[in-house]
Design a protein. Structure first.
Length: 248
């Protein structure tokens, strides 16, 4: 009985020792031997993980290579069947960036224009009408987008006093209330291609999301924007905007 106990103790100690030593590797960055690697990492290329590993093999030349690339300009994503307006928004933006944007905004691979199409965008209207039925949902989505993409510079209240400005990193961010004369199209154009020190956001948000942001920032220009009376009539319209309507 005693011999059996001693033998079992030796076997257990040997097993633990082999397990510990077997998991040790010379690579200081390695977590050790993985006995079930598929439990830890997918066999597919991990585009956001900079480990240069593909299906268990390491490729040092890929360790610093960017594998998650921005789609080529004017790529049209597959949307499928559905809302024709949303499908139309998948097509390339009709307005082009001015040729100067190539240097001032770092836009490469775009089709540029010699004309000031920002000025031409004054006649572009928001295709998503704001009604008393969809305003709450529109503003909730707008707030989500604004908080993630805009608030750090433009400020929570749209006063141009976001954390990045207050820290001194950026200067000259205007308050939306000072830009109430801008049309929907001009606000869209500015977000899409960038303006001043603000870079282009066309690779970060969809066209629908930009139009949603246009509705959201209008609130900073007029507190009654997007509010309706008991009859469904808009309380106020922002100058040059015709996308707030009564629901029939």
């Amino acid at each position: 009985m005693r011999r059996t106990l001693i033998f079992g103790t030796y076997i257990t100690a040997l097993t633990i020792t082999l397990f510990v030593l077997g998991s040790c590797v010379s690579d200081p960055d390695s977590s050790g031997l993985e006995y079930m690697p598929d439990m830890y990492r997918a066999p597919s290329i991990e585009v956001y993980v900079d480990n240069g590993e593909i299906r268990g093999k390491r490729f040092p030349k890929y360790k610093t290579a960017l594998s998650a690339l921005t789609p080529p300009n004017n790529s049209i994503p597959y949307y499928g069947k559905g809302d024709s307006m949303l499908v139309k928004l998948m097509l390339p933006y009709a307005r082009k960036a001015n040729i100067l944007f190539r240097e001032s905004h770092g836009l490469y691979g775009f089709n540029f224009s010699m004309f000031d199409e920002y000025a031409l965008a004054i006649n572009d209207k928001n295709p998503f009408l704001l009604t008393n039925k969809n305003s709450e949902e529109m503003f909730l989505k707008g707030k989500e987008l604004y908080t993630a993409m805009c608030q750090h510079c433009h400020g929570e209240k749209g006063d141009g006093m976001g954390p990045m400005v207050m820290s001194g990193a950026y200067l000259g961010v205007p308050a939306y209330a000072e830009r109430s004369a801008l049309s929907d199209g001009q606000i869209f154009y500015s977000i899409y291609y960038g303006k001043g020190m603000m870079g282009a956001h066309n690779s970060l948000v969809t066209k629908k999301e930009i139009w949603t942001l246009v509705h959201y920032v209008r609130q900073f220009q007029n507190p009654d924007y997007g509010k309706f009376d008991k009859n469904g009539n808009p309380k106020s319209l922002v100058k040059m905007d015709s996308t707030v309507t009564k629901t029939k």
